[in-house]
Design a protein around this ligand. Structure first.
Ligand SMILES: [Zn+2]
Length: 163
């Protein structure tokens, strides 16, 4: 049989579509076309767009997770924010009502916050921090060292391999 693409005589050809035309080609040339499924070739074997998409997606995901582990710093509210607020307020000799009036917030809301039942929004955090001269947030390093002692590239490499 003769490959219609490269002209070689080969023991076996496959029917593929190249540029919209059906050609009987050798196995070497078959990879340049799309299988029609009509020939002896394995159906579904060619690299389809779906496979390529999948590969790209996988690579993209890997790059995204890498970004996460590069050690971004996020600002988070301290765990016992309510306690911090209450202690600071009491240290200033204010009861909840006085404090609520001072920062012009609802007493009920502040009570919830002090009970750690309501996370204050950014605006309220700033207000409380200023009024009581305290710090309610902390910088949290994500993707930091694991198990301690190790830092930098080693940790990053381990994350990628584990994926
Ligand atoms: Zn050929």
């Amino acid at each position: 049989m003769i490959c219609e693409m490269c002209g070689k005589t080969v023991p076996q050809t496959r029917e593929v579509i190249v540029g919209g035309a059906r050609l009987n080609v050798c196995l070497n040339c078959a990879k340049f076309g799309e299988a029609t499924g009509a020939s002896a070739s394995r159906p579904g074997a060619p690299v389809t767009q779906a496979v390529i998409d999948q590969r790209l997606e996988r690579r993209e995901r890997r790059m995204q997770s890498k970004d996460i582990y590069v050690g971004t710093t996020t600002i988070e509210i301290v765990e016992d924010y309510g306690g911090v607020i209450r202690r600071a307020r009491e240290a200033k000799g204010m009861d909840l009502k006085t404090f609520a009036n001072e920062i012009q917030e609802k007493q009920g809301l502040l009570a919830k916050v002090e009970a750690n039942n309501q996370v204050p929004d950014d605006k309220l955090i700033k207000k409380i921090e200023k009024a009581l001269d305290i710090k309610l947030t902390e910088a949290v390093q994500s993707g930091g060292t694991m198990g301690g002692g190790r830092s930098d590239g080693m940790t990053l490499g381990n994350f990628i391999k584990r994926e």
